[in-house]
Ligand binder design. Structure first.
Ligand code: C2E
Ligand code: MG
Ligand code: MG
Ligand code: MG
Length: 279
């Protein structure tokens, strides 16, 4: 049971957050089957370099094509999967599907790095690095194909353990990004202790940054902090041209958001990429 998610334990009942509602419990049983029946899908959303416009990579975002409920988004099933062991086979499935896709695209002459979100719970598994290396071998994908996005909250756990896993992944050539940066509870100490390459500023700071001075200050400070530590910095939630322009002025390296492109099915992404100037 995740105490942090439940606040201090005095919270009000919130059916939206309760993993034990009948519908959600049923969904978990169905997800186990859905994994076997290959009902999960990955959509891909590009990230672009602000200075050149080149695509720096794509992020894989999981969806579940449910036979009755249609296309389900991660918010509907990931929190529960994270509290049950299901997150581990799901993570393996996502990693394998992303690496296979990377190889398919390479066979078509498209080289693009794929970022995969790895849940905090999956990171508690001591063999995570080995499983990732085994998937690289099995799919034949080079480590440079893969970026791992981890949310800042996971770093409130066992930092030494996490640090060791991240170092092994980074040594192998896998890029590591901190996702939803700025929303976690962790101290800044981890920034110098972990093998990181990228900070990804959470969309809650980015979406209103043109109208909210505080958000703009947070984004600017994060860009400077990241650069001073030698990391690149990405902004998510770029919904209009004004935000894109301000990010460029603030020196942010790359951007991701609906204004650039929505998450897309693999074929749509390939078509979108082919319209872009080569990078
Ligand atoms: P995230 O990794 O921070 O991904 C960004 C989310 O913001 C995605 O939602 C994306 O569709 C959405 N987004 C992208 N651009 C914009 C924009 O301009 N405006 C707004 N308002 N939203 C935008 P999605 O696909 O629903 O995923 C939600 C979260 O679920 C992700 O947040 C990530 O934490 C998690 N997730 C997604 N796929 C996976 C996965 O395969 N494994 C794990 N462990 N987590 C995943
Ligand atoms: Mg992400
Ligand atoms: Mg994010
Ligand atoms: Mg986010």
């Amino acid at each position: 049971y995740d105490v942090k998610r439940a606040g201090l334990g005095f919270g009000f009942y919130d059916a939206g957050n309760d993993p034990h509602t009948p519908r959600r419990l049923r969904l978990m049983t169905e997800l186990r089957r859905g994994l076997e029946k290959e009902e999960l899908r990955l959509h891909y959303q590009p990230k672009v370099d602000l200075a050149s416009g080149h695509v720096t990579g794509v992020e894989a975002l999981v969806r579940w094509q449910h036979p009755k409920h249609g296309l389900l988004y991660p918010d509907e099933f990931l929190p529960m999967a994270s509290r049950t062991g299901l997150i581990n086979p799901l993570t393996d499935w996502v990693l394998q599907a992303a690496l296979r896709q990377c190889m398919d695209w390479r066979a078509q002459g498209m080289r693009v790095r794929i970022a995969v979100n790895v849940d905090a719970m999956a990171f508690q598994q001591a063999d995570l690095a080995e499983r990732i290396f085994a998937l690289l071998t099995r799919t034949g994908a080079p480590a440079e194909c893969l970026e791992i996005e981890i949310t800042e909250n996971l770093l409130t756990g066992d930092l030494d353990k996490c640090s060791a896993v991240l170092a092994r992944l980074a040594d192998r050539g896998i890029t590591i990004a901190i996702d939803d940066y700025g929303t976690g509870y962790s101290s800044l100490a981890y920034l110098k202790q972990l093998s990181l390459h990228t900070l990804k500023i959470d969309k809650s700071f980015v979406m209103d940054m043109c109208h909210d001075e505080n958000d703009a200050v947070i984004v600017r400070s994060t860009v400077d902090l990241a650069h001073n530590l030698g990391y690149t910095v990405v902004a998510e939630g770029v919904e209009d041209a004004e935000i894109l322009q301000l990010l460029e002025i603030l020196g942010c390296d790359s951007a991701q958001g609906y204004h650039i492109a929505r998450p897309m099915e693999p074929d749509a992404l390939a078509a979108w990429l082919s319209q872009r100037p080569a990078g």
